[in-house]
Design a protein around this ligand. Sequence first.
Ligand SMILES: [Zn+2]
Length: 218
Amino acid sequence: MLEPTIKPYEYSYITQQVTTLVSAYLTLNDQRMRQITLATTLERIIPLLPDQDPLAREFLQGLQALPPKRQAALDLLQTLQPLVIPFAQPTPKQLSKLFRKVKKLPQPNWAALNLHELTYLGWNDGGNQKKYLVAPWEDRLIGIQGDFAPQTVKGVCAICHTIGNVSLFTAITKRNGVTGYTRQGNYICRDSAQCNRQLTDPQRLQDFLTVVRPSKGR
Ligand SMILES: [Zn+2]
Protein backbone atom coordinates (compact mmCIF):
# COMPACT_ATOMS: atom_id res chain seq x y z
CA MET A 1 0.00 0.00 0.00
CA LEU A 2 1.28 3.42 -0.95
CA GLU A 3 1.90 5.90 1.78
CA PRO A 4 2.13 9.47 0.44
CA THR A 5 5.21 11.19 1.84
CA ILE A 6 5.92 14.05 -0.56
CA LYS A 7 4.71 17.50 0.52
CA PRO A 8 2.97 19.68 -2.10
CA TYR A 9 5.80 22.26 -2.00
CA GLU A 10 8.28 19.44 -2.59
CA TYR A 11 6.17 18.32 -5.52
CA SER A 12 6.28 21.92 -6.82
CA TYR A 13 10.06 21.81 -6.47
CA ILE A 14 10.27 18.51 -8.35
CA THR A 15 8.01 19.95 -11.05
CA GLN A 16 10.28 22.99 -11.39
CA GLN A 17 13.35 20.80 -11.65
CA VAL A 18 11.85 18.55 -14.31
CA THR A 19 10.53 21.52 -16.28
CA THR A 20 13.96 23.14 -16.14
CA LEU A 21 15.52 19.89 -17.32
CA VAL A 22 13.28 19.76 -20.39
CA SER A 23 14.04 23.41 -21.16
CA ALA A 24 17.75 22.56 -20.97
CA TYR A 25 17.22 19.57 -23.29
CA LEU A 26 15.48 21.86 -25.76
CA THR A 27 18.37 24.33 -25.80
CA LEU A 28 21.40 22.09 -25.29
CA ASN A 29 22.43 19.95 -28.20
CA ASP A 30 25.56 18.70 -26.53
CA GLN A 31 24.92 15.19 -25.20
CA ARG A 32 27.46 15.56 -22.41
CA MET A 33 25.86 18.80 -21.17
CA ARG A 34 22.49 17.10 -21.17
CA GLN A 35 23.89 14.28 -19.05
CA ILE A 36 25.33 16.74 -16.56
CA THR A 37 22.00 18.56 -16.30
CA LEU A 38 20.20 15.27 -15.78
CA ALA A 39 22.66 14.26 -13.06
CA THR A 40 22.08 17.57 -11.24
CA THR A 41 18.31 17.15 -11.50
CA LEU A 42 18.48 13.61 -10.11
CA GLU A 43 20.73 14.73 -7.28
CA ARG A 44 18.14 17.32 -6.24
CA ILE A 45 15.06 15.15 -6.64
CA ILE A 46 16.12 11.78 -5.24
CA PRO A 47 16.31 12.91 -1.57
CA LEU A 48 12.63 13.93 -1.77
CA LEU A 49 11.39 10.57 -3.01
CA PRO A 50 10.52 7.63 -0.77
CA ASP A 51 13.17 4.92 -0.84
CA GLN A 52 12.25 1.58 -2.37
CA ASP A 53 8.89 2.77 -3.59
CA PRO A 54 7.93 1.19 -6.94
CA LEU A 55 6.22 4.37 -8.17
CA ALA A 56 9.21 6.51 -7.26
CA ARG A 57 11.53 4.01 -8.97
CA GLU A 58 9.42 4.08 -12.13
CA PHE A 59 9.41 7.86 -12.02
CA LEU A 60 13.21 7.97 -11.83
CA GLN A 61 13.52 5.52 -14.70
CA GLY A 62 11.13 7.64 -16.71
CA LEU A 63 13.11 10.76 -15.87
CA GLN A 64 16.36 9.24 -17.09
CA ALA A 65 14.71 8.30 -20.37
CA LEU A 66 12.78 11.56 -20.68
CA PRO A 67 12.51 12.86 -24.26
CA PRO A 68 12.90 16.62 -24.81
CA LYS A 69 9.14 17.20 -24.79
CA ARG A 70 7.19 19.30 -22.30
CA GLN A 71 4.11 17.11 -22.47
CA ALA A 72 6.18 14.01 -21.68
CA ALA A 73 7.52 15.80 -18.60
CA LEU A 74 4.02 16.76 -17.45
CA ASP A 75 2.77 13.20 -17.98
CA LEU A 76 5.69 11.83 -16.00
CA LEU A 77 5.09 14.27 -13.14
CA GLN A 78 1.46 13.14 -12.97
CA THR A 79 2.59 9.60 -12.15
CA LEU A 80 4.14 10.90 -8.93
CA GLN A 81 0.91 12.41 -7.57
CA PRO A 82 -0.22 9.33 -5.60
CA LEU A 83 2.91 9.85 -3.48
CA VAL A 84 2.01 13.46 -2.67
CA ILE A 85 0.14 14.29 0.55
CA PRO A 86 -2.92 16.25 -0.65
CA PHE A 87 -4.09 19.42 1.05
CA ALA A 88 -6.85 18.37 3.47
CA GLN A 89 -9.97 19.89 1.95
CA PRO A 90 -11.94 21.76 4.63
CA THR A 91 -15.71 21.36 4.66
CA PRO A 92 -17.90 24.46 4.12
CA LYS A 93 -18.58 24.36 7.88
CA GLN A 94 -14.89 24.34 8.73
CA LEU A 95 -14.32 27.18 6.30
CA SER A 96 -17.02 29.33 7.84
CA LYS A 97 -15.42 28.75 11.26
CA LEU A 98 -12.15 30.07 9.89
CA PHE A 99 -13.91 33.21 8.64
CA ARG A 100 -16.48 33.87 11.35
CA LYS A 101 -16.92 37.51 10.42
CA VAL A 102 -17.75 36.83 6.79
CA LYS A 103 -21.50 36.52 6.37
CA LYS A 104 -21.67 34.88 2.97
CA LEU A 105 -18.34 33.20 2.42
CA PRO A 106 -17.76 32.38 -1.24
CA GLN A 107 -16.49 28.82 -1.64
CA PRO A 108 -13.31 27.88 -3.48
CA ASN A 109 -13.79 26.33 -6.91
CA TRP A 110 -12.73 22.86 -5.79
CA ALA A 111 -13.20 21.33 -9.23
CA ALA A 112 -10.46 23.58 -10.59
CA LEU A 113 -8.00 22.87 -7.78
CA ASN A 114 -5.44 20.09 -7.58
CA LEU A 115 -5.07 19.29 -3.89
CA HIS A 116 -1.67 17.70 -4.55
CA GLU A 117 -0.37 21.09 -5.57
CA LEU A 118 -1.62 23.10 -2.59
CA THR A 119 0.54 24.07 0.36
CA TYR A 120 -2.07 26.68 1.18
CA LEU A 121 -5.50 27.46 -0.16
CA GLY A 122 -6.33 30.82 -1.69
CA TRP A 123 -9.29 32.07 -3.67
CA ASN A 124 -10.61 35.35 -4.93
CA ASP A 125 -13.97 37.00 -4.60
CA GLY A 126 -13.47 39.20 -7.60
CA GLY A 127 -16.81 40.96 -7.32
CA ASN A 128 -16.08 42.16 -3.82
CA GLN A 129 -12.33 42.56 -4.37
CA LYS A 130 -11.46 40.14 -1.59
CA LYS A 131 -9.02 37.28 -1.27
CA TYR A 132 -9.26 34.45 1.23
CA LEU A 133 -6.32 32.38 2.39
CA VAL A 134 -6.33 29.16 4.41
CA ALA A 135 -2.93 27.97 5.53
CA PRO A 136 -1.32 25.63 8.04
CA TRP A 137 -0.09 27.33 11.16
CA GLU A 138 1.25 25.41 14.18
CA ASP A 139 -0.56 22.17 13.35
CA ARG A 140 -3.87 23.79 12.55
CA LEU A 141 -5.41 25.82 9.76
CA ILE A 142 -5.85 29.56 9.94
CA GLY A 143 -7.95 31.79 7.73
CA ILE A 144 -6.82 35.19 6.53
CA GLN A 145 -8.97 37.56 4.54
CA GLY A 146 -8.03 40.79 2.94
CA ASP A 147 -8.86 43.36 0.34
CA PHE A 148 -7.51 42.38 -3.05
CA ALA A 149 -6.92 45.17 -5.53
CA PRO A 150 -8.41 44.53 -8.98
CA GLN A 151 -5.26 45.85 -10.70
CA THR A 152 -2.65 43.29 -11.66
CA VAL A 153 0.99 44.28 -12.03
CA LYS A 154 4.23 42.43 -12.75
CA GLY A 155 6.12 41.97 -9.52
CA VAL A 156 7.54 39.64 -6.89
CA CYS A 157 4.99 37.71 -4.85
CA ALA A 158 5.42 37.94 -1.05
CA ILE A 159 4.46 34.26 -0.71
CA CYS A 160 6.31 32.36 -3.45
CA HIS A 161 8.98 35.02 -4.16
CA THR A 162 8.51 34.57 -7.90
CA ILE A 163 8.00 37.34 -10.45
CA GLY A 164 4.55 37.17 -11.96
CA ASN A 165 1.12 38.77 -12.05
CA VAL A 166 0.56 40.12 -8.57
CA SER A 167 -2.04 42.33 -6.89
CA LEU A 168 -2.03 44.24 -3.63
CA PHE A 169 -3.44 42.16 -0.78
CA THR A 170 -4.30 44.14 2.32
CA ALA A 171 -4.97 42.09 5.41
CA ILE A 172 -6.22 43.77 8.50
CA THR A 173 -3.99 42.81 11.39
CA LYS A 174 -4.58 43.64 15.00
CA ARG A 175 -1.37 44.53 16.75
CA ASN A 176 -0.88 44.63 20.54
CA GLY A 177 -4.09 46.54 21.26
CA VAL A 178 -2.26 49.80 21.79
CA THR A 179 -1.82 50.67 18.14
CA GLY A 180 -5.11 49.11 17.14
CA TYR A 181 -5.55 47.78 13.63
CA THR A 182 -2.73 47.96 11.16
CA ARG A 183 -3.29 47.48 7.49
CA GLN A 184 -0.66 45.22 6.03
CA GLY A 185 -0.24 45.47 2.29
CA ASN A 186 1.65 42.89 0.29
CA TYR A 187 1.78 42.07 -3.38
CA ILE A 188 0.88 38.43 -3.91
CA CYS A 189 0.03 36.26 -6.92
CA ARG A 190 -3.37 36.97 -8.42
CA ASP A 191 -3.78 33.23 -9.03
CA SER A 192 -3.13 31.27 -5.82
CA ALA A 193 -3.05 27.93 -7.68
CA GLN A 194 -0.18 29.27 -9.77
CA CYS A 195 1.43 30.65 -6.58
CA ASN A 196 1.35 27.18 -5.04
CA ARG A 197 3.04 25.71 -8.09
CA GLN A 198 5.81 28.26 -7.57
CA LEU A 199 6.05 27.82 -3.81
CA THR A 200 8.98 25.52 -3.12
CA ASP A 201 10.04 26.80 0.30
CA PRO A 202 7.39 26.57 3.07
CA GLN A 203 9.36 29.02 5.22
CA ARG A 204 8.41 31.79 2.81
CA LEU A 205 4.74 31.12 3.45
CA GLN A 206 5.36 31.02 7.20
CA ASP A 207 7.18 34.37 7.04
CA PHE A 208 4.28 35.89 5.13
CA LEU A 209 1.77 34.50 7.64
CA THR A 210 3.77 35.91 10.54
CA VAL A 211 3.22 39.35 9.07
CA VAL A 212 -0.43 39.14 8.07
CA ARG A 213 -1.82 36.67 10.61
CA PRO A 214 -4.55 38.01 12.85
CA SER A 215 -3.33 38.11 16.44
CA LYS A 216 -5.09 36.14 19.17
CA GLY A 217 -8.44 37.28 20.39
CA ARG A 218 -9.67 38.45 17.05
ZN1 LIG B 1 3.01 33.70 -5.39
